[in-house]
Design a binder for this molecule. Sequence first.
Ligand code: CAA
Length: 285
Amino acid sequence: MQLDDIDRVGVVGAGTMGNGIAQVAAASGYDVVMRDVEQQFVSAGFDDIDESLGRLVARDELTRSEADRARDRIEGTTDLADLSDCDLVVEAVTEDMDVKQSVFEDLSVTCRTETVLATNTSTLSITTIASVVDRPERVLGLHFMNPVPVMKGVEVVVGEKTGTDTLTLGHAFAKDLGKETWEADDKPGFVVNRVLMPWINEGIRAYDEGVAGMADIDRGLTLGTNVPMGPLELADHIGLDVVLDASETLHEELGDRYKPAYLLKRKVAAGDLGKKTGTGFYEYE
Ligand code: CAA
């Protein structure tokens, strides 16, 4: 299959990552089917898309009619069978191996054998996810960054059985969405989270151990290393539960240098998950 053969894209999961991927695919001219398990999650996904498209229109990156056309290209559903005629599917459900494998088992029954099945996992093994399907050569990682409509990079992850054609198509598809790509082997955390998670955890530990206040740690890193957000702000942006999940997977696979910061665990236990709950390291309106 070539890039030209991809007309219809399926997205499983309408959360932050799923709705962002659905939006950029639709804005690039693909017909998109976005699926979540309940209608309320699908509707919340569309709310995010409307808001994000509105921001892109406000800063002249899209015209109103381009935004409307993109919106019209996305169909919402709660039925995975509606993805049966998709040429490429991106899974963006919760970071849980059992849940992901169950989605891939269903996709391998629902979709045609030539359909490319991508996972947006940020730390889990592509090879293990692919082990439940009958065409592991058609499976790869397409790891988008949050917020998807703004971030330029997509990490293309190569599983043990990922085919060369699938890989070529994965890069071409991401580039067609206006993204740039790099390639990583299927090792825990790939490139981005293997390096980012210890950076975030070290920022949290530095705060907890009294090296500096939160704002000074974030200012130190933004002003001192020219990144857009310091580690504590970025953790709030990603979601502290997501950071903890990723850190725990890395810790389990790679050992003690990836141990999650104690304060991160305490915040998650308290239900303070960052921007999405209104409280994380900082308070949000
Ligand atoms: N859709 C459309 N536009 C958006 C948007 C969205 N979802 N989110 C932000 N924007 C736009 C805003 O409208 C704004 O536009 P203007 O400059 O024209 O006003 C612009 O982006 C900047 O946004 P803000 O003014 O709200 O705030 P900001 O300047 O702080 O930028 C940010 C926000 C783009 C998120 C920026 O801070 C940033 O790049 N932060 C780092 C994000 C990052 O590192 N993401 C990767 C996380 S790691 C990951 O995702 C992998 C993983 O597995 C955990």
